[in-house]
Structure formats: C-alpha cells, structure tokens
Design a protein around this ligand. Sequence first.
Ligand code: 5GP
Length: 222
Amino acid sequence: MSSSRAALGAHIGKNIARRGLMLVLSSPSGAGKTTISRALLKGDPNLTISVSVTTRPPRAGERDGIDYFFVDRARFNEMVTAGELLEHAEVFGNGYGTPREGVNMALSAGRDVLFDIDWQGTQQLAESAGDDLASIFILPPSTEELERRLRARAQDSDKTVRGRMAKAADEMSHFREYDYIIVNRDIRQSVAEARAILTAERLKLARHVGLRGFVEGLRVGP
Ligand code: 5GP
C-alpha cells in the first residue's frame, strides 16, 4: 500500500512535488491531545483530520461525522470484514477504526492527514505507511494532573474516569514506539512543539519527490 499511497499523496508545495504525510498523535485520554490537534488544524489548510468510526455512544456536544462516525457493532464488524478500515482496535470495550476512504481522499487532494488514535492503531499504520508516517506521543506532566484534567472534563462517569486512569499507565508504556515525545505542561508550548515537528517532517528530504527536477532547474538557471 505504501507505493500506491505515495502516488496518491504526491502533491505540489511551492512547485515541488511532495509525498503526503500521515501524522499520528497518541496519548492517554486527558493529556491534551484533542486541544493540540485542533490547534494544529486551525489555519493550516494543508492538514486534515481523519474522522474515526466508533461504537461508543456520543458524548455531550459530539457531532456525528465531525468528531466521530458513530456506528453500531454490526456496522463496525461489517467495515472490518470488508476491509474498509485502515486500522482498528478495541479501546475501553468499544471498537474504534480509521476509514480508509477518507484518508485516501485527503491524500489524493494533496493534504497531510492527522490521526488521533491509540498505540494499537499507530502500530498498524506504521506497518502499512512506513516512512510516510510520523508519530507523536503526548505525556501528561504528572498522574495527579492527568486525573484532574479527566475530572474537569466532567463528560465521563466516575467509573469511566477510574477506568481511563487505569488504562493511562498501559497506554503510556508504549511511548518508546513513537518518533517524538511532548510533555504537555503548558498547552501553548506543546502546540508550538507539535507545529515545529509538523514543519520539520514536511521539510524532510525524502518527502520531496520532485526535488531533483527543481534543483536541476536551479543549476541550469533561467
Ligand atoms: P475517546 O473515546 O476518548 O474519544 O478515545 C479513546 C481512545 O481511542 C483515544 O486514545 C483515541 O486516540 C483512540 N482512538 C480514537 N479513534 C481511534 C481509531 O480510529 N483507531 C484507534 N486505534 N484508536 C482510536
């Protein structure tokens, strides 16, 4: 899939064709991932977020097709069987997955794609996307702060918060599998760090497939 995706992802940036980038953000719930991804998307027309499917019920304020595609278990299983998901995993007893079509459409339109997925999904994407993938793991500054943020969010029941705290340690044990780490002490600083990573990843030599022709043109002169 890597080579066909590369062809899909090739696009023009300042007249030099570049391979599309898949940028993953993972963290335990409450570490600030959603805020950071929203900030990255804001004002960056070249970046689009992959909207996942999930079997979990919507939280207050979540909209179908924007935050998630909310599906029942039968539909989710159908999508898995039909190969409609680029990756999928069970998280907190619910099914989550990345629809293949949305990612392909975004990449073919010349946009980079942001993924808010867990470590299981990241492993699967890393296998299929190879060098086209860059991954960031976001850590909370402390366990106490993580719990405080989860409770402040107040969208989940007490039982769910306890479950999420228990899962956080498990999620965090996978931090070594990522390319970059951000410790989210200060959200503005963390957003700046995530932007810097995105910028540097976009500038990587290997992504500029049209560079040779561009440089040859420079040497020949006008
Ligand atoms: P939440 O229910 O809080 O929105 O998400 C729970 C966890 O599921 C988060 O760690 C989130 O990153 C992860 N997640 C969301 N969508 C996907 C997906 O499509 N695939 C995978 N593997 N994980 C996902």
